[in-house]
Design a protein around this ligand. Structure first.
Ligand SMILES: [Zn+2]
Length: 89
């Protein structure tokens, strides 16, 4: 087993490229990757994140529709009350 083959790009904290210090856990072709940098696991994580965003967006839409419906129902009820009031006068 070798170390992860990824070179970490410079960031706010590190000013030069340096190899990922993690042990390679997944072998893809000739290269080793750690759990963070393994392209397969990465793709799976991104897919999960995308699905989650989709579900979140869908939920938001549903809540929006339900709120709109609630307002409509409420308005309809008011109309009904008005009719009842009128007929009882
Ligand atoms: Zn790595």
């Amino acid at each position: 087993m070798a170390n992860c083959c990824i070179q970490i790009t410079p960031s706010q904290y590190i000013s030069h490229h340096h190899p990922c210090p993690n042990q390679g856990k997944y072998k893809r072709g000739e290269k080793w990757y750690c759990g963070t940098h393994d392209p397969v696991r990465r793709a799976a994580r991104e897919e999960i994140a995308r699905k989650k965003r989709e579900v979140d967006n869908d939920m938001r839409d549903r809540v929006r529709i339900l709120k709109r419906l609630a307002i409509k129902i409420h308005t309809k009820d008011l109309e009904k009350y008005k009719l009842v009031l009128k007929s009882s006068q």
